[in-house]
Design a protein around this ligand. Structure first.
Ligand code: URA
Length: 272
């Protein structure tokens, strides 16, 4: 049997090579140097039938965050002074019906000291079973993608979701559920205080960037995330969700472009 060489981040260099092959990278070094600072042509101009059916015109309806429950989750989140307090507060929170059907509250994974935080949508079946985000197939793909720019949740990545409980049947969380949970994830970001945020998928991007634009429009460029109590905004990249990449592998190259921007920023601020 073929012996796989070890990579300090992934454990298996062949996983990273598989990702490079998937994104169409067939040679390790190009013939000419690449200027990553050069302004890139818009990657959104292309109409591609393989891209998600949802477009920039499919708003995630904004719920007026006025229900008692939302006010309650805001107050609970604001009162948490540490990540552990927040974890406990979410575990104790009974205002979201998703908790009734979930097996576990899925809070986070990775290194809480990390300077890069990734936010997904909501746990799926595997995550609900294990109580950790991104442990299923899409999580495995996410790990491979991250490893290609030397990131891993065992070292320099922290991961959470907009929603802490699995929506039954993996349905998209409702606007009300999102509004209920938003104060928790926002407080979570404040407490971790990463230098870079990566939002994977439309629900995460639209919620935290407070926009109705679709992920096709949002990805591939820098945004800023800031709450009222934060002094400085956090540089934020939106990209496709790994579950979408599993359905549409042709989009892996787009995610790779987004990650190169992240890598460039990491270098700029001394994280790489
Ligand atoms: N998809 C997500 O958005 N989050 C998870 O934790 C798993 C799958």
């Amino acid at each position: 049997m073929e012996k796989r060489s070890k990579n300090p981040v992934t454990g298996n260099i062949s996983d990273v090579l598989e990702w490079y092959t998937d994104i169409g990278m067939t040679v390790a070094i190009g013939n000419a140097p690449v200027n990553h600072k050069q302004v890139r042509p818009s990657i959104h101009a292309v109409t591609n039938p393989m891209l998600p059916a949802k477009t920039g015109t499919d708003p995630l309806p904004k719920v007026v965050a006025s229900s008692k429950q939302v006010v309650n989750s805001k107050a609970i989140a604001a009162a948490c002074k540490t990540v552990d307090e927040l974890r406990q507060a979410i575990i104790n929170f009974d205002g979201c019906d998703l908790k009734m059907t979930a097996t576990h509250t899925v809070f986070s994974d990775g290194n809480p000291e990390a300077k890069i935080m990734i936010i997904g949508e909501a746990p799926g079946a595997d995550e609900d079973r294990q109580g950790r985000p991104f442990v299923g197939l899409s999580g495995q793909l996410l790990d491979r993608v991250l490893a290609s720019i030397h990131l891993s949740r065992t070292q320099n990545i922290y991961i959470s979701n907009i929603i802490s409980w699995r929506p039954p049947g993996n349905r998209t969380p409702t606007p009300h559920e999102i509004a209920l949970c938003q104060p928790f994830i926002e407080r979570h970001i404040e407490l971790i205080a990463p230098k870079i945020l990566i939002l994977v998928g439309g629900v995460s991007a639209k919620t935290l960037l407070n926009t109705n634009e679709g992920i096709m429009k949002l990805r591939g460029k820098w945004h800023e995330f800031k709450t009222d109590t934060m002094q400085n905004p956090i540089k934020t990249m939106a990209t496709y969700h790994p579950a979408f990449l599993l359905r549409s592998p042709g989009q892996k190259a787009a995610v790779w472009k987004d990650l190169l921007l992240v890598q460039e920023e990491m270098q700029k601020i001394g994280l790489a």
